[in-house]
Design a protein around this ligand. Structure first.
Ligand code: GLU
Length: 414
């Protein structure tokens, strides 16, 4: 911790060696804080925050009582950008802690049905489930099928069957992102109405040809070629090519440039300067598909998700998501990223690794207890690989254990 009690901040870039398996030195920081420097870009917060969930969903979500919590989970403070000292509380920061019962924990499974689940997906769902259950919480199942390669109902059905076979029961859903396009559209309109977006005509080749450094998730940092196009130029180019939509982030020259800071339950304090480490990012692709960053933020808020557990390959997306939550006036959940599972030849497991997909694993292990017990032993959740049900693993699970094994984990199935 720094002198003034703020967590020492590690840039997301600092985590690259950590992802590659080098020992990290993240402090263990209990609890969660998100520091967002306020700027004129935060103006959209004053716009309407009416929940826009569909009626049927609203009925279901209402049972949580916290689909749109009024108490922000992120603490917003105004900071001096150079020293990162707190100088004044933000106008909308809570002045005192309300004496309230802690909100119920809501976790989620958010799989993309682009192939059969692999062991890494199982690990991610297992950790989400164990974390929520160990806190007496519930789980929402959301199928992330916006992309064309995920519009495969048979794969979604298989995924649901695999989760049920594993005994990882969910309490709400499944929701399908393809049914929720009007929600993303309305969030996009909020951003557009606030003047925060612009059409981008750059091709993929143009983006990659630019020698700009890459953001922590490998996407090129956008240099702003389409940022200042005139209305005439936009009309001219639109006749030739459908544009994507980008969200402006404050530039380094803006009076207040935004630095997003948050504490990840596994990897500790993180920060990202949006202007230099991220750049203007896509909220809608040129083929009309809403960007993952926008959809996930809208859905997590609408579904009352309080805790996001997912692979550390998505750690770099989190500042963008927190920024969007801030602009749209949505609460920020807790984040806990988990190590990736690697094959013995050093590759990250993916849906292409058919030998570790759930079809093969169900055959090899025979029972969910054998598979979950083995996975828990391999990843340090349990002391050994004794067959155990998900329920039996709850008593072994803690974030301390995950933190102690936060380097990527190589798995071999004999
Ligand atoms: N749908 C993403 C995946 O299957 C996960 C997104 C998230 O957890 O935010 O990798």
């Amino acid at each position: 911790m720094s002198e003034n009690g703020l967590p020492l901040c590690r840039s997301l870039e600092d985590h690259v060696p950590l992802f590659r398996g080098n020992p990290g030195s993240c402090e263990e920081l209990p609890g969660f804080l998100s520091f967002v420097r306020l700027s004129r870009y935060a103006a959209i917060e004053t716009l309407s925050r009416k929940p826009t969930v569909r009626n049927a969903q609203r009925r279901q979500l209402a049972s949580h009582g916290n689909a749109f919590p009024t108490v922000p989970r992120a603490i917003l403070v105004r900071m001096d950008i150079k020293t990162r000292n707190i100088v004044t509380p933000a106008a909308d920061a809570p002045t005192s802690q309300p004496a309230s019962v802690p909100a119920p924990v809501v976790g989620r499974f958010a799989p993309s049905p682009s192939g059969r689940m692999h062991l890494g997906n199982v690990f991610s769902c297992l950790c989400s489930w164990l974390s929520a259950r160990s806190q007496g919480g519930s789980i929402v199942l959301r199928i992330e099928d916006l992309d064309d390669r995920c519009k495969r109902p048979e794969l979604a059905a298989q995924l649901i069957d695999d989760l049920a076979w594993l005994g990882l029961q969910w309490d709400e859903g499944p929701y399908y992102q393809h049914d929720r396009l009007d929600l993303y559209e309305s969030a996009l309109h909020q951003l557009q109405d606030a003047g925060l977006t612009y059409p981008c005509f750059c091709t993929r080749a143009e983006l990659h040809a630019a020698s700009a450094p890459h953001a922590s998730d490998g996407t090129p940092i956008y240099r702003g070629a389409c940022r200042g196009l005139s209305a005439d130029e936009i009309t001219r180019r639109s006749a030739l090519r459908a544009p994507a939509t980008r969200l402006r982030v404050p530039t380094v020259d803006d009076l207040a440039s935004d630095v997003i800071e948050f504490v990840d339950r596994t990897y500790g304090a993180q920060c990202e300067a949006l202007a230099t480490e991220c750049g203007d990012f896509l909220v809608r692709r040129s083929d009309g598909v809403f960007a993952y960053q926008l959809a996930v933020v809208v859905d997590d808020a609408a579904m009352g998700v309080t805790e996001i557990v997912r692979g550390c390959d998505l750690l770099g997306s989190t500042p963008r998501q927190i920024y969007l939550q801030h602009l749209l006036g949505l609460p920020t959940p807790h984040y806990a990223h988990i190590p990736l599972l690697m094959s013995p030849d050093g590759r990250r497991l993916s849906k292409r690794d058919r030998d570790l997909d759930l079809g093969e694993l169900r055959t090899r292990f025979g029972t969910p207890e054998a598979l979950l017990g083995w996975l828990a032993g391999q990843t340090g959740i349990a002391p050994d690989t004794t067959p155990r049900t998900a329920e039996q693993l709850v008593e072994h699970f803690s974030w301390d254990v995950i933190r102690a094994h936060r380097e990527n984990i190589t798995v071999t199935v004999e």
